[in-house]
Design a protein around this ligand. Structure first.
Ligand code: KG4
Ligand code: ZN
Length: 354
C-alpha cells in the first residue's frame, strides 16, 4: 500500500510517501523557524497560514520525486493531534479532501506515535518489544512498546519536557530561537574547552532530578531554575556561558540515561529506542550508546532529520494502520490526545512483520 503522509502539527510542514512493500519513497520538509524567530517562539496563527501556503507545493514536489501520480496512492494519513489546532486543521482538511476526491481511505495519525515508531523507518532497527524514550519539545516519556499500538506509559515529566527545558535555558542564556540545538552546540564547545583544560566535567554541577528516588518520572523545571540562578550569580562571560551549557546538557542527558537504564531493568526488555527532537542531541546518543553496550541491549535512533518533526513518520505510522484496515470514521483533530487511547494493530505488513 502506498500512503501519503502530511505533518502540520506545529512549525514544520512535512510531506512523505511510504510504500509498505518498498519503504520510504520520497519526503520533503519546510521549516518555519525563520518565520517565528523574531517572536522568540511559535505564533500559532502565522504557523497555520504558512502551512496553507506550503503544503500543496510540497505535496506536488514529493509525488514528483517519488515518480508517482495521485492515482497511484492507496491511502492518505495526516497528523490529527496533539498540536496547535489551526495548524492541525490545515493538514487534516487537505488530507481528507484529497482522500475524498481520489476515493481513498484516510486516517488521522497521533503525532507522538509517529515519533515513537520513527526509528523503525531505518533498516535493521529492532522491532517491538522495546522501551522507547520519547523526548520532544512537548513530551518526555518512557513507554514500554509491546507492539504497534500497544503502549504502556512507564513514566513521564511532571513539569517541563526535556526539549522545553533546553529551549527555556537557551533563551535565558541569550541564545536565539529555537534554542535547543543552539544550546547543544554551545555545550559541545564547553566540553572541548573543559577537556583542553584537563577537566572532564563542567564547573557547574547541576542536580540529576529524581534519580535519587524510585520511579520513572522526570522533572526538569527545577534544573532550569538552578541554571538561571547560576547564570545570574556568574560573571556572564562567554567562557561561563559555554561551560554552563555543558553542565546543563550533562545533567539532562545523564538523568535521561539513568531512567532509561531503570526502565530496561524494570521491564526486562532488550531493546531501547529513542525518538523526538532531543533524540538529535549528540551527547544523549553517546550516553545511550554506552548504556546499551554495558547492558548488551539493542539501541535504535531515527536518522537525525527524522528526530524532529517530519512527514515520513506520519506516512509510516499511517501506512501501518491503513494497511491493517483502520480508517477515519469522523473529521476530528485533537490538540490534546492521550496515546493510551490508540488501538493495537494486529497484522503488520510483510516487510515489518519480522
Ligand atoms: O519532536 P520535535 O521536533 O517537536 C515536538 O514534537 O515537540 O522536538 C523539538 C524539540 C525542541 O525543544 C528542540 O529544542 C529540541 O527538540 N531539540 C534539541 C536538539 N535538537 C532539537 N534539544 C537538544 N539538543 C538537540 N540537538
Ligand atoms: Zn514532534
Amino acid at each position: 500500500m502506498i500512503v501519503l503522509g502530511l505533518e502540520t502539527s506545529c512549525d514544520e510542514t512535512g510531506v512523505a510517501v511510504y510504500d509498505t512493500a518498498r519503504g520510504l519513497r520520497a519526503h520533503a520538509l519546510y521549516s518555519q523557524v525563520g518565520l517565528h524567530a523574531e517572536y522568540g517562539g511559535v505564533v500559532p496563527e502565522l504557523a497555520s497560514r504558512d502551512h496553507v501556503r506550503k503544503l500543496l507545493p510540497l505535496l506536488r514536489q514529493t509525488l514528483a520525486e517519488a515518480g508517482l501520480a495521485p492515482g497511484d496512492l492507496g491511502g492518505v494519513a495526516y497528523t490529527a493531534g496533539p498540536g496547535l489546532i489551526g495548524a492541525l486543521l490545515v493538514g487534516a482538511a487537505t488530507g481528507r479532501a484529497l482522500a475524498w476526491a481520489l476515493d481513498l481511505p484516510s486516517l488521522g495519525v497521533h503525532h507522538m506515535e509517529g515519533h515513537l515508531l520513527s526509528p523503525l523507518l531505518e533498516p535493521g532497527a529492532a522491532p517491538p518489544p522495546f522501551v522507547c524514550l520519547l523526548v520532544s519539545g512537548g513530551h518526555t516519556q518512557l513507554v514500554a512498546v509491546e507492539g504497534v499500538g500497544r503502549y504502556r506509559l512507564l513514566g513521564e515529566s511532571l513539569d517541563d519536557a526535556a526539549g522545553e527545558a533546553f529551549d527555556k535555558t537557551a533563551k535565558m542564556l541569550g541564545l536565539p530561537y529555537p534554542g535547543g540545538p543552539q544550546l547543544a552546540a554551545l555545550a559541545l564547545e564547553g566540553r572541548a574547552a573543559a577537556e583542553a583544560g584537563g577537566r572532564r566535567e563542567s564547573r557547574f554541577r547541576f542536580a540529576r532530578p529524581m534519580t535519587d528516588r524510585p520511579g520513572l518520572d522526570f522533572s526538569f523545571s527545577g534544573l532550569k531554575t538552578q541554571a538561571l540562578l547560576a547564570w545570574q550569580a556568574s560573571d556572564r562571560s562567554e567562557a561561563t556561558r559555554t561551560d554552563l551549557a555543558f553542565g546543563f546538557e550533562d545533567a539532562v542527558t545523564e538523568t535521561l540515561a539513568a531512567k532509561c537504564e531503570r526502565a530496561l531493568e524494570q521491564t526486562g526488555m532488550e531493546a531501547l529506542v529513542v525518538a523526538g527532537g532531543v533524540g538529535a542531541n549528540r551527547q544523549l546518543r553517546v550516553r545511550l550508546a554506552a548504556l546499551a553496550a554495558k547492558r548488551g541491549v539493542a539501541l535504535s535512533f531515527p536518522r537525525l532529520e527524522f528526530c524532529t518533526d517530519n512527514g515520513a513518520m506520519i506516512a509510516f505510522a499511517g501506512a501501518l494502520r491503513l494497511a491493517a484496515g483502520q480508517r477515519d470514521l469522523e473529521f476530528r483533530v485533537r490538540p490534546r490526545w492521550d496515546m493510551a487511547e490508540l488501538g493495537p494493530v494486529a497484522a503488520l505488513p510483510a516487510p515489518l512483520a519480522g
